[in-house]
Structure formats: C-alpha cells, structure tokens
Design a protein around this ligand. Structure first.
Ligand SMILES: Nc1ncnc2c1ncn2[C@@H]1O[C@H](COP(=O)(O)OP(=O)(O)OP(=O)(O)O)[C@@H](O)[C@H]1O
Length: 205
C-alpha cells in the first residue's frame, strides 16, 4: 500500500508522515534533503541550478516510486513525483527561472517515467497558508531556507491549489492544517488519524 503526503515547503509533511507511520505501523520514505548536492546552491541562484535540482529530485523520487511498487510493505511517502513536475518544475518554468529548452527536456523525461508510475492509494494534502508555512520554516531554521522569497512560496501555493483541485490520480484527502498542531497536541493528531482511517476505508473522501 502506498500513502503519500503532499504540500508546500514547511507544511509539516515530514512530521505527519512520522506520526502516521508510528500509529499505523507504516514505513516512511523521506525526501532527499540530506546529501542533496544542489539544494543549497539552488536557493542561492535559482536560474543556475533549477534544471540540475529538478533532475535530481525526479531521479530520486522515481527510484522511490519503483521501490514502493516492487515492495509489499505499507509505505508512506514524503512528497510525490507529481509535485516535482506539476508544482516545482512548472512554477520555475512559468516564472521564467527555467528556460523553455530545459523545461521541455525535463518534461519529456517525466512523461516517459509516467508510463511506469502508479498513483498512491491515498494522497494526503496538507493545506497551509503563508503565515503558517513561514513560521514553520523559521522554526526549523535550515540555513539554506532562511531567504526563501515570499513570492516563491506564494506561487507554489497557487500551484498546489490548482493541482489538488484537479487531482485525478486517485483518492485525495485535503486537510486544512492552519490551526492544527498534530506534533504537540494529541487531540489534533487523533482528528487526522480518524480522517485518514476513514479515507482508507471509503472509496470517496
Ligand atoms: N522538485 C523540487 N524543486 C525544488 N525544491 C524542492 C523540490 N522538492 C523538494 N524541494 C525542496 O527540498 C526541501 C525539502 O525539505 P523537506 O523534506 O523538509 O520538505 P518540506 O517541503 O520543507 O516539507 P515539510 O516541512 O512539509 O516536511 C525543501 O526546501 C523543498 O522545497
């Protein structure tokens, strides 16, 4: 079984994936942040490193998906391959950071991969507004994320809205996490667990 958590930078995907994995006995597949050779450079100079970073994430996410599909385990994945293409790469292209040629090459590789990719059984979208994202990014205090432009987060959120409203890859559970603290408040975590439980049982959520 493949569960995925989707949402903007700082939405709280990693923490929720851990909590749900502990509760349901799932395995977590994390995003390639530690040891990512392009991420810090990308935040310093986006046009220079956008294509490199996108290829890197695409490759690592595809490897994960293939591993999940081969496995019989119940796995929760921290961010989907769809977000790389339909949120991050698309946004970099639309905002003029990634050139037409680079985007066409990237999209060609992504489309080839898609023939082997199956959608998650359930996708959980953590919907958060800018103040929440900004405060969580600040709280975790990663050096390379300290100068993320607000416009970048705002554009990504607009792409997330467009993407999740038109999501047709399977079941999606939308959780508004603006007023939630499932990390420190057990009641909030229980609410989420119940919703996920229900979503896993019922066809439509
Ligand atoms: N395809 C991508 N293009 C550009 N940046 C990406 C892409 N995928 C991930 N990232 C960046 O890599 C880092 C991932 O960090 P992390 O795994 O902690 O997730 P996050 O998005 O901050 O989520 P959360 O706080 O919800 O766990 C973030 O800075 C994120 O924006």
């Amino acid at each position: 079984m493949h569960i995925a958590v989707t949402g903007n930078i700082g939405a709280g995907k990693t923490s929720l994936a851990k909590k749900l994995a502990d509760h349901f006995g799932w395995e977590v597949f994390y995003e390639a942040v530690e040891g990512n050779p392009y991420l810090a450079d990308f935040y310093e100079d986006m046009p220079r490193w956008a294509f490199h970073l996108q290829l890197y994430f695409l490759k690592s996410r595809y490897e994960q998906v293939m591993q999940i599909q081969r496995s019989n385990k119940r796995i929760i994945q921290d961010r989907t391959i769809y977000e790389d293409a339909y949120i991050f790469a698309k946004n970099l292209h639309r905002s003029g950071v990634m050139s037409e040629n680079d985007y066409t090459t990237y999209k060609g590789i992504f489309d080839l991969m898609m023939s082997n990719v199956k959608a998650p059984d359930l996708t959980i979208y953590l919907k958060a507004d800018l103040p929440k994202l900004i405060s969580q990014i600040k709280k975790r205090g990663r050096d390379f994320e300290s100068n993320i432009p607000i416009e970048y987060l705002k554009d990504l959120n607009a792409h997330y809205e467009e993407f999740t409203e038109n999501y047709t890859y399977g079941k999606i559970l939308i959780l508004d996490v603006n007023d939630m603290d499932y990390l420190n408040n057990p009641d909030d975590l229980n609410i989420v667990i119940q919703k996920v439980d229900k979503a896993l049982i019922y066809e439509k959520v």
